[in-house]
Design a protein around this ligand. Structure first.
Ligand code: NDP
Length: 231
C-alpha cells in the first residue's frame, strides 16, 4: 500500500515510516525539514521505500503542493495517517493561558488533519483497505478530563469529532476512518518516563491498517491495539 504519514521525521511518525516500509509498504513521509529528516529516515534499512515530501500541515499552500506532487509522481494513495501534533500549554491555569499557543495547538492538531484530508482525499483509492488514521489521544476523550489541559485535550476532542463527521461522509466509499490513541509512548512529546515505545504502537497501527484486527463497525475512536475508546 502507498501510505502518507505527516510528522514523519521523529517520534511516532518516524516509527510508523520505518515499520510501514519494513512491512513492504511505500511510505510518503511528510516532513517540515528535508535535510535533518533525510539523515534520520535514510538510516532505515528500508529507506528505498520511503519518499520524503515537504509538508507543513499548518500551511494550506504546502499541503496543496504536496498533494499535487503525489498526484504527479504516484497517482493515488491508499492510506492517510495524520500523525503530526504538538503539546503546548499543559498544566496551565486558565488565567495564565497563552491564547496564541492554544491557536498553534489547534492549527497543527485539528486544522492540520482537515487540510490534509481536504487535499489528499481525491487521491485516496476506494477499497477494503483504504483508511484515514487520525492520531488522537485519550486526553481528547470527553470522559477523561483531568484538568489543566485546555489546548491539547480540546484539540484532540475536536479532532475526534472531525473523525466522526468524516466517517459519515466516506462510509459508503469503502474507506475506514479512525481516531487512534497511540498510548503513552517515549518520544519528545511523551518524554522518557512513558511506558510504551513508538515501534510497538506503529506495529499495532499497521495491524489495524492491514485488517488484522477485528474492529466493531461502530467504533471510530480506538487504541493502537484496536480496542474501543470512549469518545
Ligand atoms: P513528537 O513531538 O515526538 O513529534 C511530533 C511530530 O509532529 C514531529 O515530526 C514534528 O515535526 C511534527 N509536526 C509538528 N508541527 C508540525 C507541522 N506544522 N507540520 C508538520 N509536522 C509537524 O510527538 P509524538 O511522535 O509523540 O506524537 C505523534 C502523535 O501522537 C501526535 O499527534 C500526538 O498528539 C500523539 N500522541 C502522542 C502521545 C505520546 O505519549 N507521545 C500520547 C498520545 C498522543 P518537526 O520535527 O518538524 O517539529
Amino acid at each position: 500500500m502507498r501510505i502518507l504519514i505527516t510528522g514523519a521525521n521523529r517520534g511516532l511518525g518516524l516509527a510508523l515510516s520505518q515499520a510501514g516500509a519494513e512491512r513492504g509498504h511505500q511510505i510518503l513521509a511528510g516532513v517540515r525539514d528535508l535535510q535533518t529528516s533525510t539523515e534520520r529516515l535514510m538510516q532505515s534499512e528500508v529507506y528505498k521505500s520511503i519518499s520524503l515530501l515537504p509538508l507543513d500541515v499548518t500551511d494550506e499552500e504546502s499541503v496543496s503542493s504536496a498533494a499535487n506532487a503525489v498526484k504527479e509522481n504516484f497517482g493515488t494513495i491508499d492510506v492517510i495517517i495524520n500523525n503530526a501534533g504538538v503539546l503546548l500549554e499543559r498544566d496551565k491555569q486558565i488565567e495564565d493561558l497563552d491564547l496564541d499557543q492554544v491557536k498553534v495547538t489547534f492549527d497543527v492538531n485539528f486544522f492540520g488533519p482537515i487540510k490534509v484530508v481536504k487535499h489528499f482525499l481525491p487521491l485516496l483509492m476506494m477499497g477494503d483497505r483504504s483508511s484515514i488514521i487520525n492520531i488522537s489521544s485519550e486526553s481528547g476523550s470527553m470522559s477523561n478530563a483531568f484538568g489543566g489541559d485546555y489546548a491539547y485535550a480540546s484539540s484532540k476532542t475536536a479532532l475526534n469529532m472531525f473523525t466522526l463527521q468524516l466517517n459519515q461522509y466516506v462510509k459508503n466509499k469503502n474507506i475506514n476512518v479512525y481516531s487512534v490513541h497511540p498510548g503513552w509512548i517515549k518520544t519528545d512529546m511523551g518524554g522518557d518516563r512513558a511506558p510504551g515505545n513508538p515501534i510497538d504502537t506503529a506495529k499495532g497501527i499497521f495491524d489495524i491498517i492491514e485488517g488484522k484486527r477485528e474492529i466493531g463497525s461502530s467504533n471510530v475512536f480506538i487504541t493502537y491495539e484496536g480496542q474501543p475508546m470512549p469518545l
